[in-house]
Design a protein around this ligand. Structure first.
Ligand code: MEV
Length: 422
């Protein structure tokens, strides 16, 4: 059926929280029970099953990024973050990407890599050959550990052996490549690694030590691209300024770290909202950014024939929609319903697109007015609320504070009194 829902909304931030909830309820066709989850916190018995020594729960603001169109489908994107401007910047980047159709993505099959470290070897090269020659047996043993995964078409698909020199002598590292389907995959991969390790040690005539997946999930990659229209973003001079700004992230790790941090502002917020492991995503992203030996940008930009800016992001995306917190946390389930995603790959496509939108919006601001302008107006709104402003007073007072260039609580209180006297 043709997709008729539009995520393009202007002034979403001006709506009341109830109106925003009503909008998303309609967009995602949420039931009354589902939309009740907006307010209900994670219940303590569930929290107690998730981690140890539970004493409570910890809340973050949950916002909704609007305007996203990804692979010709509109999305409202839940984002959990403590940082102001992130949701607004993502929505703004997505709005500009829409002019040329939004984001297009591609992803590799969901292959995670498990590592088994083998040491104290008499003949490392011979051990490597022995393991390769028994590949099918090892894969079979790995797959016996997870019938559900293999029934779904996933499971251990391949094996590679690396020989590494170290101060402790030569080591073999066996990589088990596992198709984890719609799971993040850590449990499945770690179980398989532990199961095959003794056999590998015997074949190698050595000892097995580490048996754990790598978060450098470089076989599970998402790529997202979008074209940003020159006129929409402010003309040729802005495009030139943008490319100059981007170039520093491409060549300098000091800038690349901040540039990628901005990308992860968006990606982490989606990852957290959907109950996924943001540390795994962070580790994978930064290790991937350093894969050439020089830490660099996760995005790249160039001009197309018409002079528009074409942005691309590429990074590992180890996310799941089954298992773990993604299933246990009621709000993570709600967020997945709002996204309307049906696979881990689709969630990865959304997260990658958010990363690109976030980075584009940050670079556009940094190359032109700077980011403080937007931050200051949000800061002014917070100060206005702290001063006691309510309803329409908030914007009125915030505008006055920004216009005066003095965003201070004592001044805000005086200005609020003046507004009320009038
Ligand atoms: C702040 O959280 C993120 C930025 O520093 C990203 C960037 O510099 O590209 C604005």
């Amino acid at each position: 059926m043709a997709d008729e829902k539009s995520s393009l909304v202007s002034g979403f931030y001006k709506l009341s929280i109830d109106d925003r909830r009503a909008f998303v309820k309609h967009f995602a066709a949420l039931s009354g029970e589902e939309s009740a989850l907006f307010t209900s916190a994670l219940d303590l018995p569930t929290a107690d099953r998730m981690i140890e020594n539970v004493i409570g729960t910890f809340e973050l603001p949950l916002g909704l990024a609007v305007n996203f169109r990804i692979n010709n489908k509109d999305y409202l994107i839940p984002m959990a973050t403590e940082e102001s401007s992130v949701v607004a910047a993502a929505s703004n980047g997505a709005k500009m990407a829409r002019v040329h159709g939004g984001f297009s993505t591609s992803s590799t099959p969901p292959l995670m890599t498990g590592q088994i470290q083998l040491l104290q070897l008499r003949d490392a090269a011979g051990a490597a050959q022995e393991i390769i020659s028994r590949k099918q047996d090892i894969l079979r043993l790995a797959n016996e550990q997870d019938k559900i995964l293999t029934d779904l078409g996933g499971g251990a698909k391949d094996l590679e052996v690396r020989i590494l020199d170290s101060p402790l002598g030569t080591m073999l590292v066996v990589h088990l490549l596992v198709d984890v389907r719609d799971a993040m995959g850590a449990n499945a991969v770690n179980t398989m690694c532990e199961a095959v390790a003794p056999v590998l040690a015997e074949l190698a005539d050595g000892k097995a030590r580490l048996r754990i997946l790598t978060n450098l999930a470089d076989r599970r990659i998402v790529t997202a691209t979008a074209t940003f229209d020159t006129k929409t973003i402010g003309g040729d001079a802005v495009v030139d300024a943008f490319l100059e700004s981007y170039m520093l992230a491409a060549i300098d790790p000091y800038r690349a770290a901040t540039h990628n941090k901005g990308i992860m502002n968006g990606i982490d917020a989606v990852i957290i909202a959907t109950g996924n492991d943001f540390r795994a995503i962070e580790a994978g992203a930064h290790a991937y950014a350093a894969r050439t030996g020089c830490y660099t940008s996760l995005t790249s930009y160039e001009q197309d024939e018409e002079g528009n800016l074409v942005g691309t992001i590429e990074l590992p995306m180890a996310v799941g929609i089954v298992g773990g917190a993604a299933n246990m946390h009621p709000k993570a389930r709600l967020c997945r319903r709002i996204l309307g995603i049906s696979s881990a790959a689709e969630l990865g496509a959304v997260a990658g697109s958010v990363g690109l939108a976030q980075n584009f919006a940050a670079l556009l601001a940094l190359s032109t007015v700077g980011i403080q302008k937007g931050h200051m107006s949000l800061h002014a709104k917070n100060i206005a609320v702290m001063a006691g402003a309510q309803g329409a007073e908030i914007d009125l007072l915030a505008d006055k504070l920004v216009a005066e260039g003095k965003i201070k609580l004592d001044r805000a209180k005086i200005l609020l009194e003046e507004i009320r006297r009038r």
